[in-house]
Design a protein around this ligand. Structure first.
Ligand code: URA
Length: 209
């Protein structure tokens, strides 16, 4: 699918299967999500530009590669996005973090924003927006529009599961933003859940119902 990268690394796929299982406990789900998010982060950042700096090793001076540009921003769509955030920050501890609070109205399935806090200077940074489930894509498209309104230009979207419908709606609204996902599942059900999916990611992560 155009603009969509499915991260098919064997470790990602293995961990995703464990996460999907209904027997998986909250503690295991959270640990697996943290582990899988470091692998997803590795893939979503694999083509970042490098520059070099001159350093001294204990042996001699050398010109050595480092990331180019300003610190990137990880933007978490609350609350489930935070589950991906932690593993990503393990890998890129200097990243800045934005939080976008969106909840899905259970009747209309429309997103309602209740919180927005992001670093200054979004126009000059790579923003990686994270939300484990790209279901209807309503929250994601609204969150991305907020970031664009604040100047963000260079954005990638990272999730764990997506649906064909969600991807279509996302790409219609934001054709410039690439999607990275560990799986494209079969469909959305009538209640807006991903099938076969893994259930409610926030509930599974936090042990709520
Ligand atoms: N959000 C979830 O947590 N799970 C779904 O299946 C869809 C949206």
């Amino acid at each position: 699918m155009d603009g969509v990268t499915v991260i098919d690394h064997p470790l990602v796929q293995h961990k995703l299967t464990l996460m999907r299982r209904k027997e998986t406990s909250t503690a295991s789900f959270r640990r697996l999500l943290r582990e899988i998010s470091t692998l997803l982060c590795y893939e979503v950042t694999r083509d970042l530009d490098l520059t070099t700096m001159v350093i001294d090793t204990p042996m001699e001076q050398m010109e050595s590669p480092i990331l180019e540009g300003k610190k990137m921003v990880f933007a978490s769509i609350l609350r489930a996005g935070n589950g991906l955030l932690e593993g990503m920050l393990d890998l890129v501890p200097a990243a800045r973090v934005a939080h976008i609070g969106m909840y899905r109205d259970h009747d209309t399935l429309e997103p309602v924003e209740y919180y927005f806090k992001a670093p200054e200077d979004l126009e000059n940074r790579l923003i990686i927006v994270v939300d484990p489930m790209l279901a209807t894509a309503n929250s994601a498209t609204a969150a991305l529009q907020r970031l664009k309104d604040r100047g963000a230009r260079n954005i990638r979207f990272l999730c764990l599961l997506a649906t064909p419908e969600g991807i279509r709606r996302f790409r219609d609204a934001h054709p410039d933003i690439p999607i990275f996902t560990a799986s494209i599942d079969r469909e959305l059900n009538e209640k807006g859940y991903i099938m076969p999916g893994l259930g409610d990611a926030g509930d599974r992560m936090y042990g709520t119902k």
